[in-house]
Design a protein around this ligand. Sequence first.
Ligand code: PBG
Length: 329
Amino acid sequence: MYPLIRNRRLRASESIRRLVRETTLTPDDFLVPLFVTEGKGVKKEIPSMPNYYNLSLDLLEKEVKELWKMGLCSVLLFAKVEDELKDNKGTEALNPDGLMQRAIKTVKNACPQMLVMTDVAMDPFSSYGHDGIVAEGQILNDESAEILAEMSVSHAKAGADFVAPSDMMDGRILTIREALEDEGFTNTGIMAYSAKYASAFYGPFRDALDSAPVDIANVPKDKKTYQMDYANRYEAIKETQMDIDEGADIVMVKPGLCYLDIVREIRNDVDVPVAVYQVSGEYAMVKAAAEKGWLDHDAVMLEQLTAIKRAGADIIASYFAKDFVRNIL
Ligand code: PBG
């Protein structure tokens, strides 16, 4: 008699589907990105990221308490820097009383157990919107890595648990690790944006932080000389292995959905946790289509988040974290 094996038996009811489901999500999977800004009582919606906000520190305090209650225990901080504080060397990034440093302390005071990761990058502090120093038509590598190391130490001093360099300069993980060790921050971790692609999906984020590269003579107005070419796969493995060798505790692939082949490959290849960043443009697309009534917001969100985890993500940095807890759990 044919067929003896009927796969549909395992799909016959929601109960059996739940019993055999291979991939499930919990609040523990999420790292919540947060944007902070100067001022008081400021909760400014990012135009291309509906229902996502730039928060002043008083409201950041409220937000992290709410996240903690929802079971979301890890945040990734980004600072929106005032224009007049920006320069080519990102000097403001090293200010011990800068916005990022105060934001770290705010979170730790509000919620001491909340895991605090910080974006370590020059672009929000750079008058040119680049992740490195611009000189003679180039984005300088080693000089920029030194600044990133100082920035990391400054974040560690303010109380960050992990620093997350997102720049893609060569050798920066080693430079940062050595600086942290030298300053006694042996327990401060590094989450490396290891396979970070030069992606058009970062558009809304650059709106949020006003950090897009600007026009400068003889310098490309994009990040393709440091972020990876999205046509490449082997290079992602090489970048990731090098970051691990240099001391990264966690590696990351970014963006998410278009790069799940890379996620699986890296997950198969390494023995450290792998994070995936579902970036601003991915969030914006779902929100926009849902607003038009063209897609079912929650269903598409859950499908995408599940796909990211199924591909091999141990950690998901996502603007959907709260939506997931509120609408799905
Ligand atoms: C800064 C940084 C970017 C993102 C995270 N850190 C933007 C960029 O590299 O231009 C993008 C995050 C997102 O789009 O959600 N180096």
